[in-house]
Design a protein around this ligand. Structure first.
Ligand SMILES: [Zn+2]
Length: 231
């Protein structure tokens, strides 16, 4: 994230590993650093070493980004960009003031014109989308040619995607015991446990996809997998 070099200590053992190992300089925890690494690898042409360095490049800083969600350390770094947009996934409370450049979106039916963005980022959101193929198709539609969809999901140790639930006629149908993750809205149902086969599904939607498993000494602790897909 910030390029700091040193010893990363796990810290509070009550947290999952991905939410541990904070950076001593910027505080970013393992999962977010893995995501930042994928962004740097995708956009950095092998030259940038960290997100802060990438952000100093005028060509990268000028890109139009859609950040899915309204929190996280990556957002903290990106939100100052001139062409930064973000979206919430829950319908807004009518009484709350809507910040500029923030909108409510259904990832399966985005309210944007085709070719609106250079990149879309989400962190541990896709597993909560009932029909991820619709979300991938929508991402492809609103990205410009050459644009990128970068997203992380919890890693399944082996095997292909397991569909835990679906929405049929407006009702949730569970195929497995419901699993929830904590979310800003309280809790969110996990519809899919994703495997690396997601790269093939992205390919079917017209993306050139790569799987970015975390590397480095802490990789065995990471619980995230990042996909970077070029339109
Ligand atoms: Zn840092």
């Amino acid at each position: 994230m910030c390029g700091w070099v040193g010893v990363f200590e796990r810290g509070d053992f009550g947290r999952p590993p991905g939410a541990s190992f904070p950076c001593e300089q910027c505080g970013a925890r393992l999962r977010y650093r893995d995501e930042a690494t994928a962004v740097v690898e995708h956009f950095g042409d092998g030259e940038a070493t960290c997100l802060m360095e990438l952000l100093e490049r005028p060509d990268f800083a000028a890109l139009t980004v859609l950040y899915v969600g309204v929190s996280g350390p990556l957002r903290g770094r990106l939100r100052a960009l001139p062409n930064f947009f973000e979206c919430t996934l829950e319908p807004p409370d009518n009484n709350s003031a809507k910040p500029k450049r923030r909108s409510y979106q259904d990832l399966q039916a985005l309210g944007f014109a085709p070719a609106s963005f250079d990149w879309i980022f989400s962190s541990h959101v896709m597993e909560h989308v009932p029909d991820p193929d619709r979300a991938f198709a929508e991402a492809h539609r609103v990205l410009r040619p050459g644009g990128a969809l970068v997203f992380s999901v919890p890693m399944v140790p082996s095997g292909d995607t397991v569909v835990r639930g679906e929405v049929s006629d407006g009702a949730v149908v569970h195929h497995l015991d419901p699993k929830y993750h904590r979310s800003p809205q309280g809790r969110s149902l996990v519809f899919n446990d994703f495997g690396e086969d997601v790269a093939d599904r992205l390919h079917e939607h017209g993306f050139e996809a790569s799987v970015r498993r975390p590397t480095g000494p802490l990789m065995t602790y990471s619980n995230a997998i990042v996909f970077a897909a070029r339109r």
